[in-house]
Design a binder for this molecule. Structure first.
Ligand code: UN1
Length: 509
């Protein structure tokens, strides 16, 4: 199909997918909030915002579900997630196509995002038989001390437009096997993919049979909907992904009522290209991490420190890649960079580039790209050679801008890498084992993710995902992240006939 014949078809394609996935028409038509495709600018749907009473009702219903779900054995709860994974496998092509239409991701990345959901389902199913606690040494005879992990309650999930479905699934699949229902507020820019996922979940729940109603609900709208979720006393944990500004608003509100927060906020991720780096591999790693998803991942590579000894060999190759990368309709084979989410992103990108120029930066790329007949915002990624780490370099601009700087001493490069407010992801490209180990040592990268010979983006779900400092400190997905969704009880059991007190205290009546 030619591009020309596809223009104007985004709305029709989205409607057909929503119908196939079983999303009732009244959920995505007739509402006051228009949903636009970043691919063509077309209106894809009109969704209904949830009002404050609607959010409260969703939380109360989820809490009722919690009271039943916490009694269901965890491996049986895993069975629901297994069925959900089956629904996702069957719907992968459709759901990914909807991600492309609503978030603008290229086909391969959209499919990767749905695959990430399937992966976390599999992970959570296994986990449902491994929610273990420890048995601990006790100082008292005829006693046993142990810890047990119990379901926590309703989990609020606030997600961003750039991973409109996967981030929810990291939270929801773990929460569900841990015994917690989920109330989801997706980005107001991507409600349709959320409604599609909800429909798939409802199919899985129907097949499961006796699942309580309202284990998963979607509430739609802007900031006030998020606030209603964050402030509700029956939500003991909110997992929020988005900007640092959003986290600054959410974190203290949760702390004020002693609720838990799991924050995944901004990243300003760096990579170091050391003298022994394999330059072919580095070029591919840098290109994907910096230009992939049009620079709109929280793990996107934004700062590159290149050693003096290879700067002049590497930079021309990188510039050539920036000049030749195919920017355009994300539905078309061969496109590597799709649209920005909206014009606001382009404005922020241009502002950052102007500031970089004022600070002495040499900018290559960054101009708008005309995509035949399309109403989306398409831009060539920008490569900016900076004399120093200053101005816009120290903040996250959610757009494809890579700031490149020279370095001569690795410890200084690591210090610069760490000298930003954010601490999500980082990489070093090197074949020198001392450099590699230094980078992942206590005085190396200060980020939650530190990679060797891999770019900072594209993490798999088996590891704990998240970062330090203004990134918020939360960890999601793999390793022991599940503990955030449960409460730990310490139990001491006396199976003797006397009552020895701890610390040798005597209290004889
Ligand atoms: C995000 O951008 O919010 O590591 C999440 C990655 C993906 C997740 C990114 N697995 O890039």
């Amino acid at each position: 199909m030619t591009l020309q014949s596809k223009i104007g078809s985004a709305a029709a394609d989205a409607a057909a997918i929503l119908e196939r996935l079983g999303v009732p028409a009244e959920r995505w038509t007739g509402g006051a909030r228009a949903v636009h495709s970043p691919v063509t600018g077309e209106t894809l749907g009109q969704v209904h915002d949830t009002d404050a009473a609607g959010v409260a009702a969703a939380v109360e219903a989820a809490h009722a579900a919690f009271l039943a779900w916490r009694n269901v054995p965890a491996p049986r709860r895993g069975e629901l997630v297994r069925l959900f994974g089956e629904e996702l496998r069957a719907a992968k092509t459709d759901l990914a196509a909807l991600v492309t239409l609503e978030a603008g991701k290229i086909v391969s990345e959209a499919q990767g995002e749905v695959q990430e959901m399937i992966d976390i389902c599999d992970y959570a199913v296994g986990l449902s038989r491994q929610l273990f606690g420890l048995t601990l040494a006790t100082e008292r005879p005829d006693h046993r001390m142990m810890e047990t992990w119990h379901p926590l309650g309703v989990v609020g999930v606030i997600s961003a437009f750039n991973f409109p479905v996967a981030v929810w699934s990291w939270n929801a699949c773990l929460a569900l096997v841990c015994g917690d229902p989920v109330v989801w507020k997706p980005s107001e820019k991507t409600p349709l993919t959320a409604l599609a996922v909800q429909a798939l979940f409802e199919r899985a729940a129907a097949r499961f049979g006796d699942a309580p109603a309202d284990l998963s609900t979607v509430v739609l709208g802007g900031r006030e909907v998020g606030e209603a979720l964050v402030d509700h006393p029956k939500v003991p944990l909110v997992s929020a992904t988005g900007s640092t500004a959003m986290g600054r608003a959410v974190g203290p509100r949760l702390a004020a009522r002693f609720a838990r927060s799991l924050l995944e906020l901004g990243g300003n991720n760096a990579a170091i290209v050391a003298p022994t780096a394999d330059l072919d591999l580095t070029l591919r790693g840098v290109a994907f991490a910096a230009m992939g998803t049009a620079g709109q991942r929280c793990t996107t590579l934004r700062r590159l420190f290149v050693h003096d000894s290879l700067y002049d060999a590497f930079l021309p190759r990188l510039k050539a890649a920036y000049g030749s990368v195919r920017v355009g309709d994300p539905r078309q084979a061969g496109t590597l960079v799709g649209p920005l989410i909206d014009e606001g992103s382009l404005a922020a990108m241009q502002r950052a580039l102007d500031e970089a120029r004022a600070a002495g930066g040499q900018v290559t790329g960054g101009g708008e790209v005309e995509v035949a007949g399309c109403g989306g915002t398409y831009v060539r990624p920008a490569l900016v050679e900076m004399p120093s780490q200053a101005g816009p370099v120290v903040r996250e601009t959610f757009a494809p801008i890579l700031y490149v700087m020279r370095y001569s001493d690795l410890e200084q490069a690591i210090a610069l890498q760490n000298d930003v407010p954010q601490g999500l992801s980082s990489s070093i490209f090197t074949n020198d084992i001392r450099e590699a180990e230094l980078f992942v040592s206590p005085r190396g990268s200060d980020c939650g993710i530190a990679n060797i010979n891999i770019g900072p983006s594209g993490a798999e779900i088996g590891g704990a995902f998240g970062g330090e400092k203004e990134t918020g400190g939360g960890r999601e997905a793999g390793s022991d992240s599940w503990k955030a969704y449960m409460r730990r009880a310490t139990n001491t059991v006396n199976y003797g006939r006397t009552l020895p007190l701890a610390q040798g205290v005597s209290f004889d009546l």
